[in-house]
Design a protein around this ligand. Structure first.
Ligand SMILES: Nc1ncnc2c1ncn2[C@@H]1O[C@H](COP(=O)(O)OP(=O)(O)OP(=O)(O)O)[C@@H](O)[C@H]1O
Length: 500
């Protein structure tokens, strides 16, 4: 299934997306510049979400979106837009979009850029919100999301976008910078050599036995890397066994090395622990601790029974903030996760969070005077830092951006990109920010959350989310600061609950 053509997608603002794929090569372009697949898909998701039209080859574009970006382009929207491409409706869309864009996105190339939440914006927005929400949001949280909407959300594929990562070279092995806290004996690992990794040492036949020959009944999940199985070892220990997908094993070699090498170096209660691995012949298998209570995304979708209450959501966010702070600041080498998203957050029975999936993770800058590393863009559409997308410069602030998107996701219950929504609502963070500035908190809080929460608390959470997801990395706080702020919000929340 190969495209051998060049096609263009005109967007409402004049960008042109194009691709050219032959059996040997595939190229992706934005405005004539060759870009990598992640930038291309991110752009495609965005342009489609805002209701742009296809210049030609609707079916080709749909196939492309599905194959490379895990994106189901909505045929009806495309055709409708295509039919009206010179019409007034599109001009109005462009205009509205431009205004919204100017309002919420300070441009990266503007030296006078300010964070989305400047004190002035807040000064205007917060009193409005208090008036509108009458201090408490009692009725706001009570409406239930319709079942059909749930089904549509479940079908949304925005979170599936995996691209393999380059091998972590030995040049990435760095001494800890003087600014970084020296690793405690608890965190240090005795040897980076794979053969000594972890506490579980299984050979392939033991893995086959433990998984009942990779039986479907033991399969608990499927991701870009492959399938994940629950297995009980002879001593009774329950583990997760991740097996690379057959057809992708060669491509995934680098992702596998990356995940094993990085997981081997970390130990934190909010990070999934590596127990062992198998790298034999054509098999790549990672054995990690088993985390029994599903992913955060499944809980937000209501697929796991009881809906997460506000306090649980807050604690999960604090756990993730701690995990990222550890990776950025306290691990032996700075690690940038690069794929922070709700489906990579696993929950324990007591709803504590553990961050997983280090397939895209990278060691941070290795020189004291280096602020970033330049690298191909990897990650998941919707969570990707726009500055990293534009400059290819990776810093821990890219994880902070993704964390901001995650906070909005946790508060609204919506995925970062929801293609089945009206065009204005498809990019969740833009829609949420628009509603936030209008003071309409009731519209953005997750309707599945049924509690009464003080508007002040909700405002603080959204403020923090938008600060984390500021377009420019200099405007984003670091993860340690984010963790502290979340703690403060939790204290306020507990006080407000005790008072009530
Ligand atoms: N340690 C674990 N304990 C319990 N369930 C797990 C564990 N690891 C993964 N899973 C389940 O398997 C699913 C897929 O796992 P994972 O996301 O790690 O695979 P992946 O191929 O790396 O995915 P991605 O497409 O995000 O790269 C998860 O969504 C989760 O449901």
């Amino acid at each position: 299934f190969v495209y051998c053509s060049v096609t263009e997608l005109k967007d409402c603002r004049g960008d042109r997306l194009a691709y050219s794929v032959s059996p040997e090569q595939e190229f992706f372009y934005i405005n004539g510049n060759k870009v990598d697949i992640v930038s291309f898909c991110d752009s495609l998701v965005f342009h489609h979400a805002i209701g742009c039209f296809l210049h030609s080859g609707v079916e080709e574009w749909r196939g492309l979106g599905r194959k490379y970006c895990g994106l189901e382009l909505d045929k009806e929207t495309i055709l409708q837009r295509a039919g009206r491409k010179n019409g007034r409706e599109l001009e109005m869309n462009e205009d509205a979009l431009r205004k919204l864009d100017e309002k919420i996105h300070q441009r990266n190339d503007n030296p006078d850029h300010r964070p989305w939440l400047s004190p002035k914006t807040l000064a205007m927005a917060v009193p409005g919100m208090f008036l509108l929400c009458c201090i408490i949001l009692c009725p706001c949280f009570r409406s239930r999301r319709k079942e059909s909407e749930q089904a549509a959300l479940a079908n949304d594929s925005s979170s599936k976008h995996s691209v393999s990562m380059e091998v972590l070279s030995s040049s990435n092995k760095i001494p800890p910078s003087p600014l970084r806290v020296p690793p405690s004996p608890l965190y240090s690992t005795p040897s980076p050599r794979f053969s000594r990794v972890g506490s579980v040492h299984l050979n392939m036949s033991q893995v086959i036995k433990a998984t009942n020959n990779f039986s479907r009944s033991q399969q608990i999940g499927e991701g870009g890397f492959g399938s994940v199985y629950r297995a009980q070892l002879p001593g009774g220990q329950v583990v997760a066994i991740k097996r690379a997908r057959r057809e992708q094993r060669e491509n995934l070699r680098s992702e596998f090395s990356s995940e094993v090498e990085l997981l081997a170096k970390i130990e934190h209660r909010n990070l999934v622990r590596l127990l062992g691995y198998v790298d034999k012949g054509n098999e790549y298998i990672i054995i990690t601790e088993y985390v029994p209570n599903g992913t955060l995304r499944e809980h937000l979708d209501g697929q796991r029974g009881k809906i997460l209450d506000f306090n649980q959501r807050l604690e999960i966010c604090i756990d993730v903030a701690h995990a990222l702070t550890y990776l950025h600041l306290y691990a032996e080498k700075q690690i940038i996760h690069r794929d922070v998203k709700s489906s990579n957050i696993l929950l324990t029975e007591s709803y504590r969070a553990k961050v997983t999936d280090f397939g895209f993770a990278r060691v941070g800058p290795n020189e004291d005077d280096q602020t970033h590393i330049s690298t191909k863009v990897k990650g998941t559409a919707g969570y990707l830092d726009p500055e990293y997308l534009k400059t290819y410069q990776l810093t821990p602030k890219s994880d902070v951006y993704s964390f901001g998107v995650l906070l909005v996701e946790v508060l609204t219950g919506r995925r970062p990109v929801e293609m089945k929504r009206a065009p204005k609502e498809r990019i969740t963070i833009r829609w949420a920010f628009q509603k936030f500035t209008e003071g309409d908190l009731a519209a953005i809080a997750d309707p599945l959350m049924e509690e009464v929460i003080s508007a002040e608390i909700v405002v603080k959470m959204f403020e923090l989310a938008f600060q984390c997801a500021a377009p420019t990395r200099a405007d984003r706080p670091d993860m340690k600061e984010v963790g502290k702020k979340l703690w403060g919000i939790r204290m306020d929340y507990l006080r407000s609950v005790n008072k009530a």
